[in-house]
Design a binder for this molecule. Structure first.
Ligand code: GZL
Length: 335
């Protein structure tokens, strides 16, 4: 039984969190029904980064569909790419005493305080998609998501194939469109790409300009236009996601250049519009980053709720695609 003071604190907490989180978009897609034959329905609190890209939209759909399929009571919030909205959403879920909290952290730092609150409330936390830096490994149970450093390595390796196929001669002058500043995929994709470049192409590859486009089409277009002004001799674009690459294509064409020919483009994600751009010859290769994490996440949530041991990192399966594979692959793409 809550004492009056505790009750008020909790009530204030919920009101405050609710008020703060009002800036975020919330929906409570409770399914009500239990899929476990009478056992208590699992309530999952999920804080999503935002809706910045085609990848994110596909990820959100996968999470919501999988929660419905599993018969979970899903509380979902869209943080609009603001960490403060994610923190208030997590506080909201703590106040509501959900069974498990899952979230895709918009950036890697700044989570210890709120994760300690979840730990104190004995609510397990599962990371999905992106990881965090934390001083205490016990603050989350597992990460369900991709190896972004390996995606960066794969991007460099497939660029080698693209350059060979294009018969490229001479210096490789790379523009890099980085993801959201401070986000795990941005940090790690850049790191993996640089690892291969430094080890195998020190003499002829150079990243001549690099800036964040925040994973959005508008960001990619705006920053690429600036790149073309400052570095007109750029002949390769490495984009951390398809949405920025698609925005950059608009800027490249506006500058009277041919994307995929004058400027070779390697991107990451593998959303449908990325495959369409490849089939049109405007993107040369894509490293897949699978957003369909919902089923794996719901499986882990049940195990965590039941106190089972789970792996610390549950990685997703992914492939890589060259331009000439795009047309054949398009009909079977799921996102
Ligand atoms: C990667 C994910 C990234 C995608 C972007 O797992 O976090 O965020 O690559 C998305 O498209 O915005």
């Amino acid at each position: 039984m809550l004492s009056r003071r505790n009750f008020l604190t909790a009530a204030v907490g919920v009101a405050a969190a609710g008020g703060l989180a009002a800036c975020a978009k919330e929906d409570d897609s409770s399914t009500g029904s239990s899929s476990t034959g009478g056992a208590k329905t699992i309530t999952l609190g999920f804080s999503q980064v935002g809706s910045e890209s085609g990848w994110r939209s596909a990820n959100t759909t996968s999470v919501k569909d999988a929660a419905k399929e599993a018969g979970y009571n899903l509380k979902f919030s869209d943080a609009q790419q603001k960490q403060e909205n994610q923190i208030s959403a997590i506080r909201n879920y703590i106040a509501q005493k959900v069974d498990v909290i899952a979230f895709s952290p918009v950036v890697v730092t700044g989570w210890d305080a709120v994760l300690k609150e979840a730990k104190a409330a004995k609510i397990p936390v599962v990371l999905t998609d992106r990881s965090v830096e934390t001083s205490d490994d016990s603050l989350y149970v597992t990460l369900v998501g991709s190896d972004f450093t390996d995606e960066g390595r794969r991007a460099a390796k497939i660029l080698e194939k693209v350059l060979t196929k294009a018969g490229h001669k001479g210096a490789v002058k790379i523009a890099q469109l980085e993801g959201t500043t401070g986000a795990a995929p941005a940090i790690e994709r850049a790191k993996g790409f640089k690892e291969i470049m430094d080890a195998e192409h020190k003499a002829d590859w150079k990243i001549v300009v690099s800036q964040t486009g925040d994973f959005t089409r508008a960001g990619g277009k705006q920053v690429m236009a600036a790149f073309l002004q400052s570095n007109p001799d750029v002949n390769v674009l490495f984009a951390h996601n398809d949405d920025m690459a698609i925005g950059a294509i608009q800027a490249i064409e506006a500058a009277g250049k041919k994307p995929g020919t004058d400027i070779l483009i390697v991107s990451i994600d593998g959303v449908k519009d990325g495959f369409v751009a490849m089939s049109e010859g405007k993107i040369n290769a894509i490293v897949e980053c699978n957003p369909l994490l919902g089923p794996q996440l719901m499986d882990v949530v049940k195990k965590v709720k039941d106190g089972e041991t789970v792996e610390r990192w549950i990685k997703t399966e992914e492939s890589d695609f060259m331009q000439d594979q795009a047309k054949a692959a398009l009909p079977s793409r799921k996102y």
